[in-house]
Design a protein around this ligand. Sequence first.
Ligand SMILES: Cc1cc2nc3c(=O)[nH]c(=O)nc-3n(C[C@H](O)[C@H](O)[C@H](O)COP(=O)(O)OP(=O)(O)OC[C@H]3O[C@@H](n4cnc5c(N)ncnc54)[C@H](O)[C@@H]3O)c2cc1C
Length: 250
Amino acid sequence: MVDKEITDMVTKQLETMGIEIHTSAKVTEITDEAVVYEEDGTEHKINTKIVLMSVGRGPRLDGIDTKKLGIKTERGAIITDEHMRTSIDSIYAIGDVNGKSMLAHTASAEGIVAVENICGIDSSMDYGIIPSAIYIEPEIASIGMTEEQAREKYGEVSVGKFPLMANGKAKASGEERGIVKVITDLKYGEILGAHLYCIHATDMIAEMAAAMKLEATAGEIAHTVHPHPTISETIMEAMHAAADGSAINF
Ligand SMILES: Cc1cc2nc3c(=O)[nH]c(=O)nc-3n(C[C@H](O)[C@H](O)[C@H](O)COP(=O)(O)OP(=O)(O)OC[C@H]3O[C@@H](n4cnc5c(N)ncnc54)[C@H](O)[C@@H]3O)c2cc1C
């Protein structure tokens, strides 16, 4: 889900810490002593006493008789429209059960949308601008399209980047790792995606969410005065890079 450039940076950082990473490997057995997995058609075994498993989640509809209610489902999730309505007009479904974006803040936003529609206010979800957070050190936060997705959809795009090591607050905080990266369209400067891999990333992504919600352009954010010294200046700088071809301080 994460922009490839950031995935590569994180991978490198983890490997520097001595962590071995195996992707496209299939775990076939976990015993008290070891993890057995297949990679490239060969079986491997790692002796270990501790395993942390993090294999994703799925909608859980136990106790909800969707068939009896006549609610349509797809791959184990309740089908909803952007107003959170199910296939039965008077029944709404929010949160993990609709399997759209299984995050706490999505569930909250969907709850508000559903209630507003129930109360007669036309309200809808925009799943393209839901931020996500990964609590690694430094943090990762993303919203919108990755560079790959944006290039696939728009062809040419503008990519603005700013490294944390060129930010004063990052230097003073002793946390200069990471990058802020924004992707914009060439025609209007519309923000298509933002990917932050840095200290305070999960807090700063809210600015990107607001900007995308308000359809702000990269130029508008670049010309929005950000306080100094703050990590948030990296966003302003990356927007300059996307809108004007280069950042101010890098
Ligand atoms: C380990 C873990 C870590 C996570 N970390 C994050 C995170 O950092 N950030 C983030 O955004 N999201 C995170 N999530 C996801 C987040 O918790 C869910 O997306 C969110 O809770 C979904 O809200 P919900 O209301 O759909 O479901 P839930 O929060 O699961 O609430 C559903 C409620 O319905 C009740 N219920 C179930 N069946 C019935 C029934 N038949 N009748 C009545 N009540 C019923 C349940 O008991 C429960 O109280 C995490 C999830 C897990 C498992």
